[in-house]
Design a protein. Structure first.
Length: 414
């Protein structure tokens, strides 16, 4: 049997008939109740004069372009329901996230499948339409009969998104919960894709995305966003939520964001951060934003100068929060003085009993904490570095700058 389709532009205004074939009103709105069913139209809102009535999905006998015929005439006055996702009010002309295509789109129309069910008929949301064909339908809605529109539209290629890939942007956290909007698809996106999506959204949309996903996913996505947008998003959040996200960011990234904020706001967020993260971030905030100290990360692996390869590998394994960009481990002597560095790949190829110092680079390149950004980037370019240790004037290791940090600076300055 051929699939029977109906568009939202055709549904709205459709006549509704009682058991005797008499018109009792026209469809004004249709709604999904996600807690009941994720894609079935659960309620039809019928307008009869100034009054709206509600028709349940199980009261529908048939649905066609000619109208909706009821199998039951038990109509109830319409009352607003926060558990409803309404097609016209909440979806049509709204921005949504296409989780499959990883982009923000605007909904022009909705495609439903008409399905027979227990002697009646029901509508299932199949796709949201975002292309020229749906705009064509909108322009001609109410101007010429739907049958003619259908005949004419086939020359225009369709452009739609399957309903299961649609993520509704709902700013109200309580309503998100009531509508059972899951953040799973957003949390599974690559942070760079999610960051690009957030940059396309209006401020309230960005806040809705950030507050709907877990703090770790939010931190990863924010790390890919322009610093000014990072600051504006975090400033719009509750202080406690902002602190949770910053706790998940690396100390240098958290410090960079806080430096973009108003001083009063940044201090309030700092107070809510966990004590260990707060201490690391505060240490970085004393340095100028455009210095080696402001660029460095305090998350690195350092081992005693005289340790063995086996001891060094164990130190790497036991580091609680291992940096994703770890490529180098550092050797330190008394009072944490930097004495050498070893590529992780070289460490893994060595014998367990070998001394790590025997694997160290012959030429140790480091930079003073007060060095400028340009001095840092020049060092990476000149020496083809993956990581650059930052020291004070007593050669004490303070932090490390990675190639990722330098790329971020170059991108920001371009």
């Amino acid at each position: 049997m051929a699939q029977r389709l109906l568009y939202l532009t055709e549904l709205i205004g459709l006549r509704v008939y009682d058991l005797k074939g008499q018109t009792i009103g026209r469809v004004k709105e249709a709604a999904v109740v996600p807690l009941s069913h994720p894609f079935r139209i659960d309620r039809f809102l019928i307008g009869a004069g100034a009054t709206w009535f509600t028709v349940r999905h199980d009261q529908v006998g048939d649905i066609a372009l000619g109208g909706i015929t009821l199998s039951s005439e038990e109509l109830t006055p319409f009352h607003s329901d926060e558990y409803m996702l309404r097609m016209v009010r909440d979806l049509q002309d709204q921005q949504i996230i296409d989780a499959h295509g990883r982009k923000v789109v605007r909904v022009n129309d909705v495609t439903f499948e008409i399905r027979r069910s227990d002697g009646g008929a029901e509508l299932l949301v199949e796709e949201v339409d975002i292309g020229l064909r749906s705009i064509f339908r909108r322009l001609l809605q109410g101007v010429i009969p739907p049958v003619w529109i259908r005949r004419l539209q086939w020359r225009i290629p369709p452009h739609s998104i399957r309903w299961e890939y649609c993520n509704i942007i709902e700013p109200d956290p309580m309503r998100r919960l009531r509508l059972n909007i899951s953040p799973t698809a957003l949390e599974q996106m690559h942070p760079a894709d999610l960051a690009e999506i957030m940059e396309e959204l209006a401020p309230e949309g960005r806040e809705a995305v950030i507050t709907s996903i877990d703090s770790e996913s939010a931190a990863e996505a924010l790390s890919e966003v322009d610093p000014e947008i990072q600051a504006s998003i975090l400033e719009s959040l509750e202080t406690e939520k902002a602190a949770e996200i910053l706790d998940e960011m690396s100390p240098d990234e958290a410090a960079d964001v806080l430096q973009e904020m108003e001083e009063e706001t940044s201090e309030e967020i700092l107070e809510e951060m966990s004590s260990e993260e707060k201490l690391e971030v505060e240490e970085l905030l004393i340095y100028g934003e455009h210095t080696a100290g402001g660029m460095m990360n305090t998350e690195y692996v350092a081992v005693p100068h005289g340790c063995t390869v086996a001891e060094a590998i164990e130190a790497v394994r036991s580091t609680p929060e291992l940096p994703d960009s770890l490529s180098t481990i550092f050797l330190i002597g008394k009072e944490e003085v930097l004495t050498g560095q070893v590529l992780l790949a070289k460490l893994l190829r060595a014998q367990p009993h070998d001394k790590v110092a025997s694997l160290a680079d012959e030429q140790l390149v480091s930079v003073f904490v007060e060095a400028t950004e340009s001095r840092v980037t020049e060092s990476f370019d000149k020496y083809n570095l993956l990581a650059l240790p930052v020291v004070d004037h007593n050669a004490k290791l303070l932090g490390v700058i990675t190639a990722d940090d330098v790329i971020a600076v170059l991108r920001e300055n371009s």
